[in-house]
Design a protein around this ligand. Sequence first.
Ligand code: FAD
Length: 469
Amino acid sequence: MSEKVQVAVIGGGPGGYAAAFLAADLGFEVALIEKRKNPGGVCLYEGCIPSKALLHAAHALSEARHAEKIGISFGEPRVDLNRLRDWKNEVVEKLTGGLGQLAKARKVRFIQGRASFVSAHALKISGTDGESSLEFEHAIIATGSEPVRFSHFPESDRIMDSTGALELRDVPERLLVLGGGYIGLEMCTVYAALGSKVTVCEMADALLPGTDEDLVRPLAEKIRSICEDVMLGAKVTDVQVESDGLRVRFDGLNLKTPEAKFDRILVSAGRRPITDGLGLENTAVRVTDRGFIKVDEQRRTSEKNIYAIGDVAGQPMLAHKASHEGRTAVEALAGKKVAFEPYAIPAVVFTDPEIAYCGLTERQAKEQGRTVSVARFPWAASGRTLTLARTEGFTKLLIDPETNRVLGAGIVGPGAGELIAECVLAIEMGAVAEDLALTIHPHPTLSETIMESAEVFLGHSTHVYRPKK
Ligand code: FAD
């Protein structure tokens, strides 16, 4: 006999588990169906968390190397790869195990298995103990995304995606990173710090396509300095598996070499939503021509009792966007008048330097023909950045010149990812430049650069002389 719950959540990533936990907190009977042993999804198992653990290790290595510049010498660092891998896995296990406990404490029924719809009110679940069925009043689809594969590449265990790269099987002597988006550049940072000679190949004519050029510039310089080669406007035309590596041919302008040999290739050329095998054809749920599930502002699909959130429901594919959509969907099914309509979803590239931005970008302002004032505060004018020996960054605010309202922000430099939250809050609260300028920021901190950017706009920044015209 089939069992029944009020809310069935399919997929236990940051979208799915946030939704399931809130639904339970609101008093619903909830089932969370997930293929893995515990909640966590791509984010915890093979995305945000393991990548940031390895980036922490990369940071420690580069800090140790750079300490020489300020008179401290540790000698060449030695890396115990087994210990590093174990530590990263321990972090993941601790967090995913903790989520399992939180699900139990909230009485969320966690079912390990693969779910597919048999109708708009019932699921078939293929689990570790065989098949079962589950009826539901409301369902939330949170099945996430997976890496795009290049089907024309040969089969070889030397070719990996981001999941393979995070397993850290070895440190290849020569690594080709295909794709200069944030995942490719984060992995490039990790492997270059561990000692690989890394080449980055990006089809577009710039790294981090779509990001404001000025923010990318300091990072691009750093990436060039740690890589063997950075190919822009280039693509791979052929990969041959040889006994001792992969022979790769490239096509593009200004190539150093049209052919090179690598020990491994990391393909990080984007991700696609997972809807295959979900049985959507047994429901009225529809997908867009890019494969995302079509949703409205409450994240309701074309089937009125089924919602979709996170990577499977559209860009940007980010964990915090997934969790917030999860909350919106649950509140909507609980009958609350809600909509997912943020002014600012932050994006962070956790490289060194970091890049973070939110709200309106200069690129978007240009595309929309919108007049904005851009106020930049160079980090070279900050006392804190000098004490960190990191002056290459800057903070910028995009401000409406009529109302002084803060519309967007971009930061490049170490710690940008932590700093951006203040700008997100400012944008969401409708802050004007004066609000940021009049807020007393602690000294000496990088956060002062946000206050001083607002002062630059107002024409009275203490540490840069740029009178308002
Ligand atoms: P996912 O996290 O993808 O979870 C979906 C879950 O659904 C999976 O656990 C899967 O097993 C399960 N599932 C799928 N189909 C079924 C089914 N039929 N039945 C049952 N279960 C199913 N984002 C950030 O915000 N910050 C970062 O720093 C960041 N770094 C990243 C680094 C890497 C290397 C990668 C790959 C991604 C990174 N992301 C980052 C993106 C982030 O991981 C995703 O945006 C986020 O995980 C999406 O959450 P989600 O809940 O939509 O789905």
